[in-house]
Each structure stands twice: as C-alpha cells, then as structure tokens.
Design a binder for this molecule. Structure first.
Ligand SMILES: Cc1ncc(C[n+]2csc(CCOP(=O)(O)OP(=O)(O)O)c2C)c(N)n1
Ligand SMILES: [Mg+2]
Length: 338
C-alpha cells in the first residue's frame, strides 16, 4: 500500500510540473505537453490503496475524474497510462481519452469524467460475475459530490435487490468543485444512504490506510463470499484545487491548511516503522517508486503523437460474431472498419 501511495503522490507531482509547461502566463488549458483538464488526487491515496489491496486482476474497478491513485493501486500499466495522459499513440486509448478516460482491460479498470457514471457499469460487472459463477467482485469509486446522482441511487437499489458482489466507495473530500458538502446535504455520514436499500454501510472517518484496508477487507470479503454489496465512505483530503489551474478563491485558507495537515502517506510510513520496517526500507520503497514514475514519464514523452487521420477510428465497435447486436446500424449500413 505504501508503494502504491508514494507512487501516486510522486506521479502527480511530476504531472504537475509537466502540465504547467507552456500554460502560463494566462492559463491556456490547451497548451503544453498535457492538454485539457487535470484533476489530481493528492490526499486521496489511502482510499485507492486500502481498497485495491484486496482486489485481483479479474475484479472490476470504475473510477471517477480523479483516477490516478486508484488506477495505480489497481495495477494499470503505468507507461501506457502516462502515454494516454500525454495524448500519445501508444496510450491506453491511443491518446484520445486523456487523463479522465483510462481503460485497461488487462486489469479491468475504467474511469470517466461523468460523475457517478462508473456505478451502473460496476453493477453490470458484478451481475456478470454472479451469472458466470465466479467470485470476482466490482468496485465503483465516486466522490461525495456525486451521491445524489440518480445513477448512483439506482445502482444501490439494483445491487441490493440482486445481492450483487459490488462495493461502492465514496471518497469524501468535503468539496465538489467549489461547493462545500454541508451546502448540499444534511447527511454528514454518506454511508447512511445504504440504510434506505437494506444494504450494509460503513464510514471510515479518517484516511489512515490501515483502517481503510480493514474496512475494505470486510466489504470486499462480503462481496466475494456472496453476501452482497456494501457502501463504504472514506474521509479523504483534497490537498489541491479541484483541477490544475484552480485558484480556489472560494476556499478559506484554513480549510486548505486543515486538509494538508493530515497526510496519510506520512502516517503509514510511521506505522510501518512501528511494525518494524526500517527507515531505510521505507526510503527504498519510495525511491523505487520514484524511479518507476520517472521512467514511465520519460518513455511516454518519447512516444509518437497520433496521426490526425486516426481521429475517427475506434469510434464505433462491431459486435463480436454471433452476438445479438450483429444487425446493429453500424455493422449493417457502414460496412466500414469501425
Ligand atoms: C453528471 C455530471 N455532472 C456534472 C459534472 C461536472 N463536475 C465535474 S467534477 C464535479 C464535482 C465532483 O465532486 P465529487 O464527486 O465530490 O468529486 P471530487 O472532485 O471532490 O473528487 C462536477 C459537478 C460532471 N462531470 N458530470
Ligand atoms: Mg468531493
């Protein structure tokens, strides 16, 4: 978990430097080696690492617009993910998706910029696992700002009534862009929404990685053992603006300081020392993670840019031979390569 967490933190520090190149003095979002928005997850690492520590490659994870720490913990290919973020041809989606649209079928990972969007597909993956009689599970991560979305509540209902092996993980960082949590809900403990669906709910009130790990062990174990879904909320910390370039004029300085004061990575390093891991070993893990990140970024920057003529490729998919959708409009009328 420590390795995943330091990898994610350092990865985002490096992305920040790369991202700002060419974007100043007036913030130009399309300039520089990483065009478009960039949402960083510094302060969220304990949730990605603590939950994904219980997952296998055949378990499905869907993540929201702030996905890096989750993708790293799920084992998404770091080099191809970085190439995707830099818009390169060898990226996970051939450079067309960018940082909010990372898909790695090898480890069953997907994310989306549409908030709560990952919930229905995770429920679908859980239904598929159940129908196939496997013990695979699915986990949907989302922010606390997304828990009034219909797609989330419908997913809770369907998962509960079908007793599906799915875990919903709400990362509560107190903010949805510039909207503080208390202005949109009177329910401080989001996991209570599970009660309305007769589902198990649990909140971890702080982001100590080991506590998240233990709560996730219960939730993932429940799903894997056929005992149904869980709604798990984890208090995390938004150490950065909503996106890179966010001046955060709406956010009191004291709140920024409060969120920065708790660093789950430093706390886990202390715990490791208490458990007998030496300082040298901790440093070694961190240095190894930093080397891996530097290597992935160097590699990605050497990759070719996609040919503009490829822009319309992979927009549609032909259904596999024998599938019910064979007569779909695309296949029937186009006859093209899509
Ligand atoms: C369906 C939908 N509505 C609105 C948006 C715009 N939007 C992007 S992020 C965001 C807030 C997300 O807050 P939260 O879910 O708490 O996640 P956080 O950014 O705090 O990690 C909104 C409203 C969107 N992407 N999708
Ligand atoms: Mg939030």
């Amino acid at each position: 978990m420590y390795e995943d967490m330091v990898t994610a933190r350092y990865y985002e520090e490096r992305l920040q430097e790369e991202y700002m190149e060419g974007k100043q003095p007036a913030f130009d979002i399309s300039a520089g080696p990483i065009p478009g928005e960039l949402h960083l997850a510094a302060g969220h690492e304990a949730s990605g690492a603590g939950v994904c520590a219980h997952l296998r490659d055949d378990d499905t994870v869907t993540a929201p617009h702030r996905p890096h720490h989750i993708a790293i913990a799920k084992g998404v290919d770091l080099k191809r993910m970085t190439a995707e973020i830099f818009g390169r041809e060898t990226g996970l989606s051939k450079g067309k998706g960018g940082h909010m649209h990372l898909f790695d079928p090898d480890v069953n990972f997907a994310c989306s910029g549409i908030i709560a969007q990952g919930c229905p597909p995770a429920v679908g993956a859980a239904l598929a696992a159940k129908k196939r009689n496997t013990d695979a599970v699915a986990v949907a991560f989302l922010g606390e700002g997304a828990i009034d979305q219909g797609g989330f509540l419908e997913s809770l209902n369907f998962a509960s009534v079908q007793n599906l092996p799915v875990v919903f993980v709400v990362e509560d960082n107190d903010w949805a862009i510039s909207m503080p949590k208390e202005r949109v809900t009177d329910v401080r403990d989001g996991s209570k929404r599970a009660d309305g669906f007769e589902m198990h709910g649990e909140r971890v009130d702080h982001d100590d990685a080991i506590d998240v790990y233990e709560a996730a062990e219960r939730a993932v174990g429940r799903a894997r053992d056929g005992n149904g879904p869980t709604l798990l909320e984890v208090q995390v910390h938004r150490r950065m603006g909503h996106f890179m370039g966010d001046a955060e004029g709406y956010r009191p300085e004291a709140d920024v300081e409060r969120h920065k004061a708790r660093d789950s990575i430093e706390r886990l390093a202390e715990d490791l020392r208490k458990y007998g891991v030496t300082g040298d070993e901790v440093d070694e893990i961190r240095e190894g993670a930093e080397n891996r990140v530097d290597h992935a970024i160097d590699w990605a920057k050497e990759q070719p840019e996609p040919d503009p003529s490829a822009a319309h490729e992979d927009v549609f998919a032909n259904p596999p031979a024998g599938a019910a959708g064979e007569t779909s409009t695309t296949a029937a009328t186009d006859g093209g390569e899509e």
